[in-house]
Design a protein around this ligand. Sequence first.
Ligand code: PGA
Length: 235
Amino acid sequence: MNKPTLIANWKATKTIKETVEWVKTAKADLEQIDYTEIIVCPPFSSLPIASSLFKDTSIKVGAQDVSKFKKGAYTGEVTVEMLDGLVEYCIIGHSERRKYFGEVDDDVIEKAKNLLEYSITPILCVSNLDQLDSYLERGKVIIDSAEKIIFVYEPPGAISGGGDYKPDSPDVASEQSGKIEEKMGKKVTTLYGGSINPDNVVSFISKENINGGLIGQASTDPKTFFEIVSNIKPA
Ligand code: PGA
């Protein structure tokens, strides 16, 4: 059984200075952890400093998005070539990208292709099974590369955004994650995301088919994130 994976998604929070403070507070503790994989996803502006501070540790760094375009006249975009060498992971298809930036399934597929070409592991958010079907209808890349992708079942209503905590039930999350694997037809990594906190993390991670969590709000405070990590320590 693989170690569970915990991903910190800071979203649009943290200046470079705040990134350094987070890492200073958490690094020594996180480095001691050997029972879980940890991936920290800061905003683009903090990726170089975070990658350099976590260099030579077991803690991995990921981006929160990537352009669907490879290169060119696309003002404001960060392409996969720019992330190459800086990160090993990248979140794509997050429901906040859809809600606030009009991203659609075709965009997500292009992003997945770009990342896979550069051997950056896509952390693919799946809001529901219809969305997964839509990805699959749009090409073979997701199914063909399923073992190189981290799937995150993350129902938009469970995301803590406005401080309105409505986590999905661990049983439903486990069932839906199982269905993602069934659709892929092979063993894949599936995480749960949405309002994970130190109190509920074990109830999700201990469920069948849930191999870890994508943690937003509760990851922005290094002490709370470390509490989450500590709480899943095997007995
Ligand atoms: P949340 O966010 O933990 O704040 O609900 C999870 C996510 O959207 O990645």
